[in-house]
Design a protein around this ligand. Structure first.
Ligand code: C5P
Length: 240
């Protein structure tokens, strides 16, 4: 189970860094990566991320940058120097922004003699339906827009996208085997769906072509988070 490349990314959706660290204390960096998002980062800044990296965890900094190219590039460079393993931007920021992010990550990694982090993009937020998209000026179905933005992400040389397990087969077919697919909305069989609507089990997500599974509450709210993680890793097979 202690693989060099864990497929599970545990989402640390906490406002309190002490609470997040208490959970992290119970997890093994060989069994999972960790995701820090806007809430914890706004409250506590980069310090908890540094501590988790120091403990050997691969860190996904989920701040979904979306701004003018120069601003996003600087933010991506700073995240790279922090030593994260994965970071993300919004594909809707456009070609120039995506290219600037890609180049900034490569330069910052080379400059700090660190491995280059995976740079992935968010395509269409899963909270938006067809009407929401029309209201903000996007024509066409969410599925077509997702594919279009994922193709743009690949064309700009980024490493992959965040997508639902439902979208994964078509993205895998269209964008090839090396493009990283990172899927949230994962629920082990028999656990609560909570507020997620299009859910998949970990096995289904992997079978659909996902590389990494973002899992929050099914692990963080379990009575024994390490055991819940071990059970999921076991369903994904030895060696990953
Ligand atoms: O607790 P749960 O497993 O639902 O957490 C899923 C995580 O993935 C949360 O951090 C959530 O913000 C994130 N996420 C998501 N759906 C997306 C993108 C990110 O649930 N489309």
């Amino acid at each position: 189970m202690n693989s060099p490349d864990p497929r599970i990314i545990v989402a640390l959706d906490f406002a309190d860094p002490a609470e997040a660290m208490t959970l992290v204390d119970r997890l093994d960096p060989g069994a999972c990566a960790l995701k820090v998002g806007k809430e914890l980062f706004v409250v506590a800044g980069p310090e908890p991320v540094r501590r988790m990296i120091d403990r050997g965890f691969r860190m996904f900094l989920d701040l979904k940058f979306h701004d003018i190219p120069n601003t996003v590039a600087q933010a991506c460079a700073a995240a790279t120097r922090l030593g994260v393993w994965m970071l993300n931007v919004h594909a809707a920021g456009g070609r120039a922004m995506l290219a600037a992010a890609r180049d900034a990550v490569a330069r910052a990694a080379a400059g700090s003699h660190a491995p280059r982090p995976w740079l992935i993009a968010v395509t269409v937020l899963t909270s938006l339906d067809g009407r929401d998209l029309e209201e903000v000026g996007f024509a066409g179905a969410a599925e077509a827009l997702t594919l279009r933005l994922a193709q743009l992400t690949a064309d700009c040389g980024l490493d992959g996208v965040v997508c639902s397990a439902v979208e994964a087969p078509e993205l895998r077919r269209t964008l090839g085997p090396r493009f990283k697919l990172v899927t949230p909305g994962i629920r082990p069989a028999g656990t609560a769906a909570d507020d997620q609507s299009r859910i998949a089990t970990p096995e289904q997500a992997i079978a659909n072509g996902a590389d990494y599974l973002v899992i929050g509450r099914a692990i963080t709210r379990a009575a024994d988070p390490a055991a819940a993680l071990a059970r999921i890793n076991a369903t994904l097979g030895a060696g990953r």
